[in-house]
Write a protein that binds this ligand. Structure first.
Ligand code: OGA
Ligand code: NI
Length: 333
């Protein structure tokens, strides 16, 4: 506990992250700043992304409406085994070593429905979405579908810069097996309560994201913190503020693996301060069957691949299972 107290005492700083202007036509310049940000900490902002403020506000408004429904109504769309639908408070525990219960957040998963390559519907993460009753929340589905489409478009633009930053062709990640048929999961999140790290209570425990990259929209309530050096003892946490009109982007563990550890996925967590906080992370991963093995530009004789190849679905299944409670517990309630 003494260490924890020390750790929290050092939580004072507000991070200043690189900002990438997606409207900059000088792609090589953008890729160079992106590369620096990815080598440094794997977190950055993007501006001029083309998602209208109106659509973003609408998605947040609709998200608030959903979480304001009675629990009974939300449980009608309880998440299925393919991670679509409602995930109640304490459904996930991201940092079991330091958390007592689980994450004090509730969320809602929305994925892609157009899955041409899955005729039998037996692939993990492919499932029709679960939607709240349209009489209860009119217009909800169309807002979320529109936002999903737009967020994916932005992520594909960022992927081009990431490819250039990794000395690959700009369209490297556009291949059918990569982002041609991506797993792209939008997650509406609602945090509540006051976190107390010394008691192991967190809005969301320390973790790095599982996939390739995350496009994170948050409201203006502070809460997100990053730790740039996971080995440091005590760990130093810095707040990442929300910037109006910008999105926060962070790299996930799958990209760290793919890039042979060159690009970093950074540890982050969310502390609740008693105010309601809403966010919409959008997680992007390649297709289910994509074999994630060291990229050609990230290895050499002196730097052989550090990680064995793994399919995207095998990797993600393992990470989702490890961090979520077993669905059967809800049958007993
Ligand atoms: C996540 C996450 C941060 C936030 O969902 O993986 O880190 O601000 N969210 O909600
Ligand atoms: Ni995260």
């Amino acid at each position: 506990m003494e260490n924890k107290t020390q750790e929290e005492a050092s939580t004072i700083k507000v991070s200043s992250l690189t900002c990438i202007d997606l409207a900059n036509t000088n792609l090589h310049q953008s890729a160079a700043s992106l590369k620096q940000a990815c080598l440094d900490c794997g977190f950055f902002y993007v501006t001029n992304h083309g998602i209208s403020e109106e659509l973003r506000d609408e998605a947040f408004e609709q998200s608030k409406k959903f979480f304001a429904l009675p629990l009974e109504e939300k449980m009608k769309v309880l998440r299925n085994e393919k991670h679509r639908g409602y995930s109640p408070v304490l459904d996930q525990i991201l940092d079991p070593e330091n958390q007592v219960d689980g994450d004090y957040k509730e969320s809602f998963f929305i994925g892609i429905e157009d899955f041409k390559d899955d005729p039998h519907g037996d692939t993990p993460f492919y499932s029709p979405n679960l939607w709240p009753d349209s009489d209860v929340l009119p217009g909800w589905r169309s807002t979320m579908e529109k936002y999903h489409q737009e967020a994916l478009r932005v992520c594909k633009t960022i992927a081009k810069l990431l490819a250039l930053a990794l000395d690959l062709e700009a369209d490297y990640f556009d291949k059918p097996e990569i982002l041609g048929n991506p797993i792209a999961v939008m997650r509406l999140v609602h945090y509540e309560g006051v976190s107390d790290p010394s008691k192991g209570i967190f809005g969301c425990g320390a973790h790095s994201d599982f996939g390739m990259m995350t496009l994170l929209g948050t409201d203006s309530v502070m809460g997100l913190q990053i730790c740039k050096d996971k080995e440091a003892k005590p760990r130093k946490w810095e707040y990442v503020p929300s910037i109006k009109g910008a999105y926060i982007v962070n790299l996930g563990d799958l990209l760290e693996r793919w890039s042979n550890g060159i690009f970093k996925s950074t540890l982050h967590r969310v502390l609740g301060n008693g105010q309601e906080r809403y966010s919409i992370p959008f997680f992007v991963e390649p297709s289910h069957d994509c074999l994630v093995e060291c990229l050609p530009t990230c290895q050499s004789e002196n730097k052989p691949p550090k990680y064995p190849a793994i399919t995207c679905k095998a990797y993600l299944t393992q990470r989702y299972q490890q961090s979520h409670v077993d669905l059967s517990i809800y049958k007993q309630i």
